[in-house]
Design a protein around this ligand. Structure first.
Ligand code: NAP
Length: 274
């Protein structure tokens, strides 16, 4: 159960809000009394989720030209305010050695994972937050803190998103707080190829003894966007079950890296990195 933290009546955008971590964040915000707008590429899923949450939705890629403006306009028209932005949608492609990373896939990764969050913050700032204040959370990854096999593109975009978070936090204070959360391995479709085959092994090496659930991340996001975190900006909150400190207890290698090394997704389906 998530506390409402006094968030009732505020309005939020959650990108990639139809499944996984984004869906849990959108659900937790709605449960806290927040008016929620979700986005994703699958229009049917956007409609279904918006209806479930009693909110609104916009179908499309966050990297589509015009999408950020359209999103801010929709939320301001429907809710009359835009207090919270959760930049959660991401791609984990291209997967593989960087020497094989093509130009288009590389640009697409940065367009979705780094540029879209910036454009969305700009639209939220101009449309509402500059005058009324607000809170932004960017969803990064625990993996951005170190290198791993075949995740060079994803890791580089998420490291850039971490830096973007800090820069925006400095520039937009005191009106707008900008923070990030960095999840470890979480039970979602994106990471299915890891936990489906290696959950027991990964969990055994984690200090907190299990992999993450989307709700673990959602609770952290709700707290960060609430006034309970009013003196926190430019921070990265690890939600990783102790992944970063596991070396104090686990003697063996990291099972996630084993799965990343072994995995070679088809380009069209590609779920490569967490
Ligand atoms: N799961 C993990 O272990 C893990 C670990 C660390 C960090 N993360 C981060 O957590 C965030 C959410 O990941 P997840 O695991 O919850 O993934 P997921 O289960 O695959 O869900 C991704 C969501 O984003 C949407 N989406 C994907 N690309 C999009 C785009 N270009 N524009 C708009 N929406 C898009 C998807 O819907 P459509 O496909 O319909 O667009 C879906 O709603 C990501 O930023 C990811 O990097 C995840």
């Amino acid at each position: 159960m998530t506390s409402s933290y006094g968030l009732e009546g505020r309005a939020a955008v959650v990108t990639g809000g139809t499944r996984g971590i984004g869906r849990a964040v959108a659900g937790a915000l709605a449960a806290a009394g927040v008016l929620v707008c979700v986005t994703a590429r699958d229009a049917g899923e956007v409609r279904r989720t918006a209806a479930e949450l009693g909110g609104v939705g916009l179908a499309g890629s966050v990297a589509d030209p015009g999408h950020p403006e359209e999103l801010a306009d929709l939320v301001l028209r429907e809710f009359g305010r835009l207090d919270v932005l959760v930049n959660n949608a991401a791609t984990n492609l291209p997967h593989g050695p960087l020497m094989e990373a093509g130009a288009d896939a590389w640009r697409e990764a940065f367009a979705i994972n780094v540029e879209a969050p910036l454009r969305l913050v700009q639209c939220a700032w101009r449309g509402w937050m500059r005058e009324h204040g607000g809170a932004v959370v960017n969803v990064c990854t625990e993996g951005a803190g170190h290198v791993g096999p075949h995740v060079g593109a994803y890791g580089t975009t998420k490291a850039a998103l971490l830096r973007l978070t800090q820069q925006l936090a400095g520039e937009l204070a005191p009106r707008v707080r900008v923070n990030s959360v960095s999840p470890g391995l979480v039970r979602t479709e994106l990471a299915r190829f890891v936990w489906e085959t290696a959950e027991t092994e990964v969990a055994a090496a984690l200090p907190l003894g299990r992999i993450g659930e989307p709700e673990d991340v959602a609770r952290a996001v709700v707290w960060l966007v609430s006034d309970a975190a009013e003196w926190i900006t430019g921070a990265d909150l690890l939600v990783d079950g102790g992944t970063r400190v596991r070396a104090a207890r686990a003697a063996s290698g990291y099972a996630v890296h084993g799965r990343l090394r072994a995995h070679s997704p088809a380009p069209s389906t590609g779920r490569g990195a967490v």
